[in-house]
Ligand binder design. Structure first.
Ligand code: E4P
Length: 216
């Protein structure tokens, strides 16, 4: 399983990219709004930091096929690494299919069932994004959805890649990797938490103390 960073914060993207652990970025309208910056400007800057797939979403107010296609073409024109994020709706599926025909990569977002993932894949999605944290929030098993989609795609020889989205903690990450996800898109704070272990910190302190006792 690979990692994307799930943020529009360029400082966090730089930090994660410097660690060498991420190979792409996902954004959404809430994350862009949180930064309070112009969509195209932020996305352009991200493409200069990470050399991998960058998901930029059509506007949340754009719900029709024609509108989504206009924005999809604009987003795709920003940089060859751009992936157009499209919501899992009937109009979104049509747009996903048209993007596929035009060679535009897509990430179908807001997926909460295996059947939605199957439809998105059949419409030509490059990536499907099941949201595990938001399912957990309503007492449904997000991880079970990842396992089901992974099995379904494997049995049916489907190439669309599974991005585990709405990842909230390191346990989610480990479980996504074991469930057969291709990618987990994670906030920077989850990566930071994954780095640390109290025994690592204690081990460094003890090595320092033992070393200093003898060598000063
Ligand atoms: C990623 O593509 C999603 O936009 C994101 O992971 C949603 O996460 P959230 O449920 O924590 O907002």
């Amino acid at each position: 399983m690979r990692f994307f960073l799930d943020t529009a914060n360029v400082e966090d993207i730089r930090k994660a990219n410097d660690l060498g652990v991420i190979c792409g970025v996902t954004t959404n309208p809430s994350l862009i709004a949180k930064e309070g910056l112009n969509f195209a400007d932020v996305i352009k800057e991200i493409t200069t930091i990470v050399d991998g797939p960058i998901s930029g979403e059509v506007k949340p107010t754009t719900l029709d096929f024609e509108g989504m296609m206009k924005e999809a073409r604009e987003i795709a024109a920003i940089h060859p690494n751009m992936v157009v994020k499209i919501p899992m709706t009937a109009e979104g599926l049509k747009a996903c299919h048209q993007c596929h025909k035009e060679g535009i990569k897509t990430n179908v977002t807001l997926i909460f069932s295996a059947n939605q993932a199957l439809l998105a894949a059949r419409a030509g999605a490059t990536y499907v994004s099941p949201f595990i944290g938001r399912l957990d929030d309503i007492s449904e098993d997000g991880l079970e959805l990842i396992r089901t989609i992974a099995d379904m795609f494997s049995i049916n020889n489907i190439d669309a890649q599974i991005i585990c989205a709405s990842v909230r903690n390191p346990i989610h990450v480990m479980q996504c990797a074991l469930a057969g996800a291709d990618i987990a898109t994670v906030p920077y704070k989850v990566i930071e938490t994954m780095i640390h272990h109290p025994l690592t910190d204690q081990g460094i302190a003890k090595f320092q103390a033992d070393y200093k006792k003898v060598f000063g």
